[in-house]
Design a protein around this ligand. Structure first.
Ligand code: GLY
Length: 373
């Protein structure tokens, strides 16, 4: 109950801030803050679903048509990407589930349904039947990345809405490859794994956004935690639940006192080591998802820890009551090895913070779900 009271009050504060920032940001593609304002990316950028995803949650609570109308405008602006085959990669889930998918949930319009199905078809077509994996980027046919676990809900959506299990089969096969090659025994996670595209054989673990191939990039850990729990929701195979729990336990065991992770769990830490509030917010949502499937004290603990993370983000890393700063959270890290976007606001950090708070306030219409459609 204490969670809910806090979450409802925090929702009010977020909605108040969005009233202002929605005007400022409008139908654009915000990504990372430069100073107080978000920059803008080109339409194909992987983060372009998060702003409409935020607006649809704001709409659900306020019924303010302004939010729906900006979100719909962005959804239409994304069509150029669907029409240009070369612009799409595995991040189709992040982009269209949170834009067209969220819009379809509201009014079941056929144009949005077709957009999501088109995106799901692109994603399914990236599957390599030899290695049972979904190719990540367009630059290299042999690499697979942990982030893709969060794109699989697009395939579950397509199977649920069309009533054809083949999209789900692709997701399941990819997720099983992830269990085998990405999730380490201690619950930490590889970011990038390479496979031979002809034989499908495992080749190597690459450097990614973590400090080194065998370090533990916190956002990748969060993608795995939440993505595996979502695959359990859709597949009901205990292997995914157990893997998600293993990753969650690693994540929680390595948190600093204030519950907000550093950008990599395996770097030496001092007072200047960057945090990553986006990883913290995503992990909180993953823990709340897990708590729905884990009974008793263990499940309660996941919920309590999610609350503590969200609470710390709110108290120590948020611009909630400062409308001039467009982001809700600061302290995000985009890509530390490239020294890019350190201690910034990230639109996906804001999205997951809002999703997490809304979940604690009782929201059941989560953009990654599709069973009820
Ligand atoms: N999916 C890219 C990232 O997490 O930075």
């Amino acid at each position: 109950m204490v969670y809910r009271v806090w979450a409802e009050e925090t929702m009010e504060r977020i909605l108040k801030k969005l009233e202002y920032t929605a005007e400022k940001i409008g139908p654009r593609f915000p990504h990372v803050t430069k100073g107080a304002e978000f920059d803008e990316k080109k339409p194909s950028f992987w983060t372009n679903g998060f702003w409409p995803g935020i607006l649809w949650i704001a709409y659900k609570y306020t019924k303010n048509e302004k939010y729906a109308s900006i979100a719909r405008e962005i959804e239409e602006k994304l069509d150029i990407v669907l029409d240009e085959f070369d612009l799409i990669d595995h991040d189709a889930g992040f982009i269209w589930l949170l834009s067209a998918g969220a819009s379809y949930r509201k009014d079941k319009n056929d144009k949005s349904r077709r957009r999501v199905l088109k995106a799901a078809s692109f994603l399914a077509s990236r599957f390599n039947t030899k290695g049972n994996f979904i190719r990540a980027w367009n630059s290299d046919p042999c690499v697979v990345i942990i982030d893709c676990m969060m794109n699989l809900p697009l395939l579950y959506w397509a199977s649920n809405v069309v009533g054809d299990p083949r999209f789900r089969h692709v997701a399941e096969a990819h997720a099983k490859t992830v269990l085998k090659y990405f999730i380490r025994p201690d619950g930490s996670v590889n970011h990038i794994v390479g496979f031979d595209t002809e034989t499908g054989e495992y080749e190597k673990v690459y450097d990614g956004q973590g400090a080194s191939p065998d370090s533990a990039w916190s956002r990748g850990t969060a993608w795995a935690l939440y993505g595996l729990a979502l695959s359990y929701r859709h597949l009901k195979d205990e292997a995914f639940l157990n893997a998600s729990k293993r990753v969650a336990n690693f994540f929680l065991a390595n948190l600093p006192e204030d519950m907000v992770c550093h950008w990599d769990f395996r770097v030496e830490k001092n007072a200047d080591t960057p945090k990553d509030t986006s990883a913290a917010a995503c992990a909180a949502c993953g823990l709340l998802e897990l708590s729905e499937f884990v009974s008793g004290a263990e499940g309660e603990n996941y919920k309590e820890k999610a609350y503590q993370i969200l609470r710390s983000l709110c108290d120590n890393y948020s611009n909630l009551d400062n409308k001039d700063d467009h982001a809700i959270l600061f302290g995000g890290t985009g890509n530390a090895p490239k020294n890019m976007d350190i201690n910034v606001g990230l639109i996906y950090g804001d999205y997951f913070f809002l999703e997490g708070v809304s979940r604690l306030a009782g929201n059941r219409e989560i953009h990654w779900y599709s069973d009820e459609l």
